[in-house]
Design a binder for this molecule. Structure first.
Ligand code: COA
Ligand code: ZN
Length: 241
């Protein structure tokens, strides 16, 4: 059974989990939307180097050399592989997905799962400054597990109408039900940043951002915990305590 929420704007939000998966059609549309959303600002992930993993924008071409390491560029989110990743996501603990549909088309997505704190630390923050990150994460998340929000995206034609925030709010109700903190990694220049700052998340690392008087995101110039190699990456936690 599909849970469905209607709102006044003609957008429907559908809930999915491992026992209640999207149809092949819905996964297909989400796969395309995913590639489209991350091809745009501020990600520009159109092609990826097979060797170093660096992403390149629409001015790059597949099968040309990577300017970083000389490896070969390939599409960042090839359809088959991306579809499989989305399907495989449901194998993760408490995997939860919300899809937004308008006029019969998927226009937004958000998903997250129950993640071990130690696994997050060792996989996402293993490089330089790993001890510093580990301490900062442990301080922000004393619990063993969190609800980790890994993807949120809205089609360009529906942005700025509250849909992204609504999708995140839906995932936060799952974190509340599981009684664990919610956490995510993003860049400070995505619209996920104002969403986090407005839904009770606290920033743990990276360049500090706040909501200014005009409601816009302001970079304070302070760095919370260093992320030297990736200056725009940040980590948000919403405590359940
Ligand atoms: C992030 C994303 C999903 C947000 O979706 P959205 O539907 O446009 O966001 P919302 O309309 O819910 O806006 C949320 C809040 O951010 C604010 N906001 C919206 N656009 C903004 C902008 N360009 N700059 C600053 N703040 C903005 C809004 O004021 C809103 O706050 P409010 O409800 O208090 O008014 C969408 O921009 C997107 O798909 N971006 C590309 C993919 C991405 O970066 N995903 C997140 C990282 S994984
Ligand atoms: Zn490379």
């Amino acid at each position: 059974m599909v849970e469905k929420q209607e709102n006044t704007t003609g957008i429907s939000i559908f809930y999915f989990d491992k026992d209640n998966r999207p149809t092949a059609q819905q996964i297909g549309e989400t796969t395309k939307l995913y590639a489209d959303v991350f091809a745009g600002h501020p990600w520009y992930e159109v092609n990826t180097c097979a060797d170093c993993g660096k992403h390149f924008g629409s001015d790059s071409s597949i099968e040309t050399p990577c300017s970083n390491c000389g490896g070969v560029l390939a599409p960042a989110y090839p359809e088959e592989q991306t579809r499989k990743q989305i399907e495989d996501f449901f194998d993760k603990p408490n995997a939860t997905m919300y899809l937004a549909e308008s006029e019969g088309k998927i226009k937004g997505f958000a998903w997250g799962f129950l993640r071990e704190t130690s696994e997050l630390v060792s996989t996402k923050f293993a490089g330089e400054n790993s001890t510093q990150f580990s301490l900062a994460i442990r301080e922000a998340i004393p619990q063993e597990r969190m609800f980790y929000i890994n993807e949120v995206g809205v089609n360009k034609d529906l942005r700025g109408r509250g849909l992204g925030k609504l999708l995140v709010d839906n995932l936060l109700t799952i974190a509340n039900q599981l009684d664990v903190p919610a956490a995510l990694t993003t860049r400070i220049d995505t619209v996920l940043t104002p969403i986090c700052l407005k839904t009770g998340f606290k920033q743990t690392f990276g360049q500090e951002v706040v909501i200014g008087q005009n409601g816009k995101v302001v970079v304070t110039g302070r760095t919370l915990v260093g992320l030297k190699d990736e200056p725009e990456r940040t980590f948000f936690v919403r405590s359940n305590l």
